[in-house]
Design a protein around this ligand. Structure first.
Ligand code: GAL
Length: 734
């Protein structure tokens, strides 16, 4: 009898959960276009299956541009309404769509974001916007308690295509939507703020649980009935032991509907000890420059300021500024120049060799720096570049090798000058002045354009002005160009040539223009991996090439991009690097409104570990002037960064992959190996790695790189516990 009651309870609670939200995870899919595809009665049985969370290029449709359709079948239970306090509006959340969608419910159009080539004004993609459409529950097109079809017509104008950025769902707009929970934690405590954004009082229950996930132990838990007055916040302080990874789960259950909003937070736990006060030289041990091009290298070094910098063996043509540590000048003869660097302060001295290779290759190690896109989007301006640059210096990131300051899309005027010269817009009143300002501080300067007529953001781009633009860039002191396919898709379509040569062509045109300049400009290809760019990027002098569509600050995006880079392994080498896109730590936002990255601290450790293992460009994508201590710490671990900057230049290889974890191994110049043990599951995992399974010897000495701590020698196996979505990153040597 008791059993029956328990079973009944489980059924009811599962059922009621299911009735609050319809998850749309398995659509049918077809490329091409036909207006019949929107109809409820259309038979799509022969269509393919696809995931609506990853662009179609990564699911068997490489290089496909143009129209395609997704169809989701679902029953719309009227219990959705009965379980709601508000009964008037249904929400349809479809994630993001690369680039334009027209969304239909049972044949009736309910929304569109972006404009199609056939629309007035023509094509305008909106790949980075979450689609959320609302529909009245009285709408005649809704089939309550019957089969419904949500049909999404997608137009992809080039690059990545299709649905991505979150699993689509349908639910009712309800009173719980007016409640937000914000959890801020740090090392030892935090605040939970519950806000009622509605003009009515909302009663409910607030539950807070503080857990030590590693020990699977609840440290503290509380439950309190509260009434949130209209437009009111309630804040609760919590405290917990310092120096530990702590999980905080805060949930508010609204009284009228029993609907709950929950937030799970992991505190920003810091793993890496602060740099020592005695001097230590960091950063790349090798730098490439072309004969007679300006050379600029800031010696990256930590230690109590002021530091004195010295360099012996500097060839004629180069000078060191002993106060700033910036080496500049130029060398006309090809060859390898080994310089001996020394950095000292009142507490001690560190010394190290730097090899300058004068020849044809740039980017002998992956570029490290900042790019404006993931934070400021099209709202970038000169002040924002400067404030992040100043913070990069003030927060000490420059002392770990971070150097490039790259402006992404949004910097130029719609019209060129009468002679065709590109003109910066009013947000960048003095490009050369900005370049000089950065160079004077030992930083490098990057810019962005497209081989098409316009950039992805609709700004003027380089089509048929490549040489003029490259010349302007050089005159401003540009060191790095990100060259983004965008509207070149139109040119390519008009020419009607689908061969590999047609994909290489725009990059070859700019390659020539860059090579004609009297300075080195790092060439960053951005065309999202089309035609396996990693196989030919080096032929067009690409120093880096994007291997995927755009990243965003979610685990789904990070993990689907990061863990799919094994195929590109053979193509990373000094001078030429795979680029899985920019970093998504710190405050990001792609526009004026910034938010803290939605990645958990564990996911952020995974992000930086994996990108360093992959020898990826490391381009910070956040507002550095607002960077918190956790993020500074995350980006200042020299032993982790050293994996990325290793002169051997070999990308890590995936050695073990199962549904819970993956093990990647990277060969290093000193004969040792870096091993990343990544937990892709939602729970703690205890992982035993057998050295032989990953190509290592019987006994290996292990160092934990995030904690910068030797763990001792291990025979045959290494056993460790890994946090959910987290990593253990070790260096092993015999
Ligand atoms: C995208 C590119 C992004 C960013 C954006 C600017 O195509 O992948 O990284 O540059 O364009 O509009």
């Amino acid at each position: 009898m008791k059993k029956t009651i328990a079973l009944l309870f489980v059924c009811i609670s599962l059922n009621s959960f299911a009735q609050d939200k319809i998850v749309l995870s398995s659509p049918k899919f077809i490329t091409g276009d036909n207006s019949q595809y929107k109809e409820l009665s259309f038979n799509d049985a022969s269509w393919a299956s696809i995931k609506p969370t990853i662009v179609w290029e990564e699911q068997g449709y490489p290089d496909y541009d143009g129209y395609a359709w997704y169809r989701f079948h679902f029953i719309l239970p009227s219990s959705l309404k009965t379980h709601s306090y508000w009964k008037d509006t249904l929400r349809i959340a479809a994630g993001k769509v690369d680039d334009v969608d027209e969304t239909f419910l049972n044949g009736v159009k309910i929304g569109q974001t972006g404009t199609l080539p056939t629309d007035p004004g023509g094509y305008n993609g909106k790949y980075d916007v979450l689609r959320e459409y609302h529909i009245s529950t009285n709408d005649k097109s809704l089939m309550w308690d019957k089969d419904n079809v949500l049909a999404i017509r997608v137009y992809d104008g080039g690059g990545g295509g299709g649905m991505f950025g979150g699993t689509p769902f349908i639910n009712m707009m309800d009173i719980i939507d007016g409640i937000t929970i914000n959890t801020v934690t740090n090392n030892g405590g935090g605040k939970i703020t519950v806000t009622n954004q509605l003009r009515q009082a909302v009663p409910g229950t607030l539950k807070i649980q503080v857990r030590d996930g590693e020990k699977d132990k609840v440290i503290n838990s509380s439950e309190q009935k509260i009434i949130l007055s209209p437009i009111q916040s309630i804040t609760k302080n919590i405290s917990f032991p310092q120096g530990k990874r702590i999980e905080v789960i805060a949930s508010f259950t609204e009284k009228n509907t029993g609907k709950t909003k929950s937030v799970r937070n992991v505190n920003a736990y810091i793993l890496t000890p602060l740099p020592s006060l005695t001097p230590k030289i960091n950063g790349a041990k090798v730098a490439g420059v072309r004969p007679s091009s300006p050379f600029l290298y800031k010696i990256a070094a930590t230690g109590q300021k002021p530091l004195q910098y010295a360099a012996t063996g500097l060839p004629a043509g180069l000078q060191l500024n002993a106060a700033t540590g910036v080496i500049s000048g130029s060398l006309s003869a090809e060859g390898n120049y080994v310089i001996h660097l020394a950095v000292s302060n009142s507490l001690g001295k560190d010394e190290r060799a730097l090899t300058i290779k004068v020849g044809s290759l740039l980017a002998l190690t992956p570029p490290m720096g900042w790019n404006s896109w993931n934070c400021w989007g099209l709202s970038v301006n000169a002040e924002k570049v400067k404030s992040s640059a100043q913070a990069l210096i003030d927060k000490g990131l420059i002392d770990h090798g971070w150097a490039y300051m790259n402006i992404d899309d949004g910097w130029d005027q719609p019209a060129r000058a009468a002679d065709g010269t590109i003109v910066p817009n009013t947000k960048f009143p003095d490009m050369k002045g900005l370049g000089d300002w950065l160079h004077a501080r030992g930083l490098k300067f990057g810019i962005y354009s497209s081989p098409g007529t316009t950039t992805c953001g609709g700004y003027t781009a380089s089509y048929q002005h490549e040489m003029q633009d490259a010349t302007s860039y050089a005159s401003w002191g540009i060191d790095y160009l990100k060259y983004d396919w965008c509207s070149y898709g139109d040119v390519y379509k008009k020419e009607g040539d689908t061969s590999l040569a047609a994909y290489m062509k725009p990059y070859q045109v700019m390659q020539k223009a860059l090579n004609a300049q009297p300075r080195d400009i790092h060439f960053s290809l951005c065309q999202y991996g089309m035609k396996d760019v990693w196989k030919w990027g080096a032929q067009v002098d690409g120093n880096t090439w994007r291997t995927t569509g755009d990243i965003t600050d979610t685990w789904e995006s990070l993990s689907s991009i990061g863990f799919s880079q094994n195929v590109q392994y053979p193509y990373a080498q000094p001078g030429h690097w795979n680029d899985p896109d920019m970093l998504i730590v710190g405050q990001v936002g792609w526009g004026d409104q910034l938010h803290n990255t939605r990645l958990t601290p564990d996911e952020q450790y995974t992000h930086i570990s994996l990108w360093c293992m992959l020898s990826s460009p490391l381009l910070i994508g956040c507002d550095i002037s607002n960077m918190d201590d956790f993020t500074v710490n995350l980006l200042s671990n020299d032993e982790v960064i050293a994996l990325d900057q290793d002169v051997l230049g070999k990308q890590a290889q995936q050695k073990i992959k199962n549904s819970n974890y993956q093990v990647w191994v990277k060969e290093l110049e000193d004969g040792s190996k870096a091993v990343g043990i990544f937990n892709l599951s939602d729970d703690y995992q205890t992982v035993s790695v057998n050295w032989q399974d990953i190509g290592l010897g019987n006994t290996e000495k292990v160092r934990d790189l995030w904690r910068q701590k030797d763990l001792g020698a291990f025979n045959n196996t290494f056993k460790t516990k890994v946090t959910p979505h987290g990593v253990i990153l070790i260096k092993v040597m015999q």
